[in-house]
Design a binder for this molecule. Structure first.
Ligand SMILES: O=C(O)c1cc(=O)[nH]c(=O)n1[C@@H]1O[C@H](COP(=O)(O)O)[C@@H](O)[C@H]1O
Length: 236
């Protein structure tokens, strides 16, 4: 299942600044993982950091979870494509017009365009959290609804919990990418994540890519933690 041209592990670089991020990155191998740059690090270090990671040979998932009116969001997605990132995401709850505008805007980038995926229900949210914002269907049902909308808008896949992966693979087909955060090796703390799964269970469930942050970045030996996860999934 592991392929050096398509590493399944995406390390979430949730660091407060560039220096600790690069300290870890310089020990990593682009054949074994991709890197995710999210809101905190991007807000501090910006596009230069993304380019820095790309120069080191890594493909970058720019996780800014855009959610705005169609014109604004599609322009932001085009800016991400100009940066040459491998993957970019928006919130599916931005709706059909927003997602369609983003997909159309990327057409001019041809085969070099980033993968465009949509966040369904954040993995930190439980049924009670959804009820708190007026969504009474279960997380699983709401994820399925948003995944169908996302696929109908022509996007490449969704961010979801690995717990929803079997259903989504059956409903949306094998080519629709499932990017799953909320990954927790058995020994790792859950933290603020609600809908979690171990790395090997997530891949068995149908996840295409595993987004993993704190179990690696906050481990006493991040490299050993990544290697242990790599070994766990390499045997699948
Ligand atoms: O889009 C994401 O990457 C994302 C979506 C989601 O539903 N849940 C989620 O945790 N994430 C991101 O995935 C990473 C998970 O990090 P850890 O919980 O530390 O493994 C964080 O960078 C989150 O921002």
């Amino acid at each position: 299942m592991q392929d050096a041209n398509d590493p399944k592990i995406i390390v979430a670089l949730d660091f407060p600044s560039e220096n600790p991020a690069l300290e870890l990155v310089d020990k990593l191998d682009p054949a074994k993982c991709r890197l995710k740059v999210g809101k905190e690090l991007f807000t501090r270090s910006g596009p230069q950091l993304v380019q820095n990671l790309q120069r080191r040979g890594f493909e970058v998932f720019l996780d800014l979870k855009f959610h705005d009116i169609p014109n604004t969001t599609s322009a932001a997605v085009a800016a991400a494509a100009d940066l040459g990132v491998w993957m970019v995401n928006v919130h599916a709850s931005g709706g059909e017009k927003m997602m369609t505008a983003c997909r159309e805007r990327l057409e001019s980038f041809g085969a070099d365009r980033p993968l465009l995926i949509a966040v369904t229900v954040l993995t930190s949210m439980s049924a009670a959290d959804l009820a708190g914002i007026g969504i009474v269907e279960s997380p699983e049902a709401h994820v399925s609804r948003l995944a169908t909308l996302t696929r109908n808008c022509g996007l490449d896949g969704v961010v979801c919990s690995a717990q929803e992966a079997p259903t989504l693979k059956a409903e949306q087909g094998a080519d629709f990418r499932l990017v799953t955060p909320g990954i927790r090796p058995l020994s790792a703390a859950r933290g603020d994540q609600q809908r979690i799964m171990t790395p090997s269970d997530a891949l068995r469930a149908g996840s295409d890519y595993l987004v993993i942050g704190r179990p690696i970045t906050q481990a006493s030996d991040p490299l050993a933690a990544l290697e242990a996860i790599h070994q766990e999934v390499a045997t699948l």
